[in-house]
Write a protein that binds this ligand. Structure first.
Ligand code: GLA
Length: 420
């Protein structure tokens, strides 16, 4: 089932001539020069497998039809000059002086990637990127400066990996510009390094992998221990099913608080059980884990162990029976995150409950938790009913009005830029 993605490099079919013209004009206005090309990478929705990535487990995300676009141009002065459509700010730094300490705000994402490509840090889990990038300044090569303009239609703060989309779009752009020749998997690692060491969020490899490796109508099945990947057909259109995203508008931040605490609990559980990661344990180990761990740590670890099982079962059922068969696993994943991992919030629980009550095939919160989005797998015919019910329930609870939209499993980052 496993296959290589290294040779894919289709031109960006998502870039309409109108958007290309608009982005080119904006680049020219803000950088007073002509761009070389436009690269893009998508956000993601995780179908199932939450918080399993940094536990060397399984994940099953898919890239979505919302993307970040990077317009890149040449500079000969060793400067990185960055602009974006979400800010008037122009950020300029000398590549020779680029360090994580000088980076902050939105520009930390693209410039963090530039730094990671040049300096190559280590990952939060201490592992090195699979393929070291070449052409670092340490090797005596002076990196060429660049001008970069970012535009994105991935909603920010919705748990759909808007940051990974920017990181991956920047990574493919600079990889081509600097002729570094990194593979897609290595570029996913570069994005993760930027996120871990520059942005300061101790996140895993899932988001960048989905953004780099996504395939139309498919999910990316990733074994975060071996880093083996395969494409799993979702068959949504063939079954007249859709994935509805419910963005609760409850904002979250993985650089602080809960996310890091969950990661620490998992690491503690692995230490006490004397294994490298929770991936080494199976449901058969749960009775002896209950003896060895305090109640909270036990429940955190139980989520990871049962979630790994659910991901594998989801892949099996998708292949054998199609999306109709996976509802129970999505529902069980939500319960596990709500009760054992405790990363849900009332708005996510409400969205999931209402979706289930109104006939969704399955529903769960998706992403890191503490806010963000839930997903409902639902038949096309039933979707309007779900939407109306969720809006009504949120109004009744006096929660902020959620954003509801359907996402299409889409292709990942473009390895080759669209020339201008
Ligand atoms: C965030 C992180 C991912 C992953 C998920 C939870 O999206 O960026 O690495 O840990 O949370 O599954």
């Amino acid at each position: 089932m496993s296959e290589s993605y290294e040779t894919s490099g289709a031109m960006d079919a998502t870039l309409s001539p109108e958007l290309a013209a608009e982005l080119t004009a904006e680049f020219t206005r803000r950088h007073e020069s002509e761009p070389l090309g436009i690269w893009s990478a998508p956000g993601r929705v995780n179908l199932i497998g939450e918080h399993t990535d940094y536990n060397s487990g399984f994940v099953l995300p898919f890239a979505i039809d919302r993307r970040a676009y990077v317009v890149l141009g040449w500079r000969d002065d060793g400067l990185a000059r960055v602009t974006s459509t979400f800010s008037d700010e122009v950020v300029e730094v000398s590549l020779a002086e680029l360090t994580p300490e000088v980076l902050e705000g939105w520009s930390a994402y693209p410039l963090g990637v530039a730094w990671a490509l040049l300096a190559r840090g280590t990952l939060a889990d201490g592992r090195e990127p699979a393929v070291p990038p070449v052409g670092t300044s340490a090797a005596g090569l002076e990196p060429r400066g660049f001008a970069l303009h970012i535009h994105s239609d991935v909603p920010i703060g919705a748990g759909l990996s808007s940051s990974a989309a920017i990181e991956c779009a920047t990574a493919v752009a600079l990889n081509e510009y600097w002729v570094l020749g990194n593979s897609q998997k290595a570029l996913a690692r570069i994005g993760q390094i930027a996120e871990n060491q520059v942005v300061g969020a101790p996140t895993g490899i899932m988001d960048q992998s989905a953004s780099m490796l996504g395939r139309r109508d498919s999910a990316v099945f990733l074994d975060c221990r071996s880093m083996e990947t395969s494409s799993v057909a979702l068959g949504l259109a063939a079954h007249d099913d859709e994935i509805l995203v419910i963005d609760t508008k409850v904002s979250h931040d993985h650089a602080t608080g809960g996310y890091a605490a969950r990661r620490a609990s998992c690491e503690l559980a692995a230490r006490v059980m004397k294994v490298d990661s929770l991936r080494e344990l199976t449901p058969a180990d749960l009775p002896r884990m209950r003896e060895a761990l305090d109640d909270e740590t036990f429940r955190r670890a139980r989520h990871i162990i049962t979630e790994n099982d659910r991901v594998e079962e989801t892949v099996r059922l998708l292949g054998a029976e199609g999306p109709q068969a996976i509802g129970g696993l999505l529902d069980a994943s939500h319960v596990s995150m709500r009760d054992d991992f405790e990363i849900s919030v009332p708005q996510l629980d409400l969205a999931v409950e209402v979706a289930q009550r109104l006939g969704a095939i399955g529903a769960r919160m998706t992403g890191g938790g503490f806010g963000g989005s839930a997903l409902a797998l639902v038949s096309r015919a039933r979707r309007p009913l779900l939407e109306a019910g969720i809006l009504e329930a949120f109004a009744l609870h006096q929660f902020e009005k959620p954003d509801l939209f359907v996402v299409q499993p889409s292709d990942g980052a473009t390895m080759k830029g669209e020339p201008r």
